[in-house]
Design a protein around this ligand. Structure first.
Ligand SMILES: [Zn+2]
Length: 333
């Protein structure tokens, strides 16, 4: 049982005999990309060169092309799988299942010839992610520490809207987040009928267009940063919402109202972190209680928590054993 799944020192989640998810692993013919976040695309160039096939959902393929350019994936053999569609390789079967995280995210399930079901959840938010039946469960553990809970649920979304509306009465508002989460915020604002233009740098524009192609409604007012209208609005300090990647947080929007979307905000849904700067608790990950609920509902024989991507993996494995009496360990050890 133990040998059928692990996480390597390079962060590859190994399922069964052939599949490596989310990082390169020597000798594994199938590379799965569960979603288009950087810590799940590790070693992808090497995988494209060396693996027989790289598997992902169609939306993840489109997002990778938007982020890395259309030529990047052309170096390898890509197989897109819709949710529920199977790929058979020798005596094992791989399927992808929906996960609520960013567009295109999938849980990966391998069923081997002994009918053992080996599942990797990847990153997910519990409330809208289906629990997949599994014997061995490899889990993300980002908020695997019992102190990492967000008891306020969806309240942060309403706070985001009111902060933006307040800021817009005085000029532009800057919003910072990761790919995927930025588009979720656009959708929240659009659904709340915030009508001002959304101004975004080129790469975020491309990612947003992919999200729209796959059914997300982001409003009609998306403007690329370099365009004439966007430039004139910014120079005149007109009301608009400017979206930037988290990495640009220290660099831009100094004098405007600034909102940072972060999963690392607990206790209350919003906190003032500086002059005109707020951190809003918007997360695409499950909190501790939700992670535990997934394990409880899945009720596998063994849990492996991913300690390559999370420092809380060891704590989470201990809590699973203590609270649910299910054997659990962190990998890599
Ligand atoms: Zn992610």
């Amino acid at each position: 049982m133990q040998s059928k799944a692990t996480v390597t020192n390079l962060g590859a989640v190994l399922l069964g005999k052939h599949v490596a998810c989310d990082a390169y692993a020597e000798g594994r013919p199938i590379r799965v990309v569960t979603h288009a976040h950087a810590d799940h695309m590790m070693g992808l160039g090497k995988s494209l060169k060396n693996c027989e096939v790289a598997v992902m959902t169609p939306a993840t393929r489109d997002l990778i092309e938007a982020l890395k350019g259309p030529r990047f994936l052309a170096r390898g053999n890509i197989k897109t799988l819709d949710y529920g569609e199977a790929l058979t390789y020798e005596d094992e079967q791989l399927t992808l299942h929906y996960a609520d995280h960013i567009l295109g995210t999938a849980q990966a399930l391998v069923e081997d010839k002994e009918k053992t079901r080996i599942l990797y959840t990847s990153d997910f938010r519990f409330s809208r992610t289906p629990v997949v039946e599994a014997d061995i469960l490899v889990m993300e553990a980002t908020y695997g520490d019992p102190f990492r809970v967000r008891p306020f649920g969806m309240m942060a979304e309403g706070i985001l809207v009111s902060l933006v509306e307040q800021g817009l009465s005085r000029g532009p508002v800057y919003v910072f987040g990761y790919h995927g989460k930025l588009q979720k915020m656009m959708r929240i604002l659009y659904e709340a009928k915030v009508k001002t233009p959304f101004i975004v740098p080129e790469r975020i524009f491309r990612v947003s267009k992919v999200c729209e192609k796959h059914g997300m409604k982001l409003g009609r007012n998306l403007l690329a940063f370099d365009g004439e209208r966007a430039q004139s609005m910014l120079s005149q300090r007109d009301s608009c919402v400017v979206f930037y990647h988290m990495y640009s947080r220290k660099r831009v929007g100094g004098e405007a109202l600034r909102i940072i979307a972060s999963g690392w905000q607990f206790g209350k849904p919003c906190r003032r972190v500086g002059e005109g700067e707020y951190m809003v608790a918007l997360s695409d990950h499950s909190d501790f209680n939700e992670l535990l609920q997934y394990v409880e509902r899945c009720n596998p024989e063994l849990v492996i928590t991913d300690s390559h991507r999370s420092e809380a993996a060891r704590i989470f494995a201990r809590e699973i054993e203590k609270r649910l009496k299910i054997p659990a360990r962190a990998a890599p050890a």
